[in-house]
Design a protein around this ligand. Sequence first.
Ligand code: ADP
Ligand code: ADP
Length: 228
Amino acid sequence: MISFKHVEKYYGSFHALKDINLTIERGEVVVAIGPSGSGKSTMLRCINALEEITTGELLVDGVDIHDKKTNLNEVRKNLGMVFQHFNLYPNMTVLENVTIAPIKVLKEDKETATKKAEKLLEKVGMLHKKDEYPTQLSGGQQQRIAIARSLAMEPDVMLFDEPTSALDPEMVGEVLDVMKSLAKDSGMTMIVVTHEMGFAREVADRVIFMADGQILEDRESESFFDHP
Ligand code: ADP
Ligand code: ADP
């Protein structure tokens, strides 16, 4: 599904990713941990081509996303991304936030997009807020809506970049619960950058530990936590 081969990434002269080799299979849930500044977010952003790699090869579903001939919009359609800050559209209702991309990008009719959005909002426990505006909601609620909005594009892969680190502690659990059920029930391929070790232990198939731009450990979750 995703394959890094000898990937290097520089920001100017700063060496942010060093010889990254990583293969992620369809349906796998991979958690990336490691100190701040170790390159976790850069690695995620290379996958959906928000950042270019400097050298090496990066394939997503068999497509070389850094080949100039690749249509990035097609690739990105299959990659949902949830950031630390949820960036919902403030002037749209919750429901409109979730239907806008399927209508504009996937060319779904309004009724289809609405039905799908309502199902997803129900899944994340936010259906009762569908006619409200994001600014009226808590951070945890907004993040759950951001997850529903990403899922509405029916991606093959979901990328999460510290989805709970900007939240007040009492809201972290409700977002992790949504991510857990996504991991366990949907068979979604997920890559999650997080400091939440409980989440990693409970749902990750594999844990990657990064430091200083390198992958220092890449192990099955069980072995990572039980035989450190
Ligand atoms: P992490 O997600 O592990 O905290 P990042 O991937 O965000 O790490 O950052 C890795 C390193 O690359 C950091 O030292 C950061 O300052 C640097 N970096 C990230 N983005 C840029 C950028 N756009 N320009 C220059 N340096 C960057
Ligand atoms: P996160 O904590 O989510 O990894 P950061 O605060 O590291 O985010 O980075 C936020 C944004 O700033 C990113 O778009 C990143 O590319 C950019 N950035 C990070 N470090 C640097 C840097 N040293 N120089 C320029 N841009 C940077």
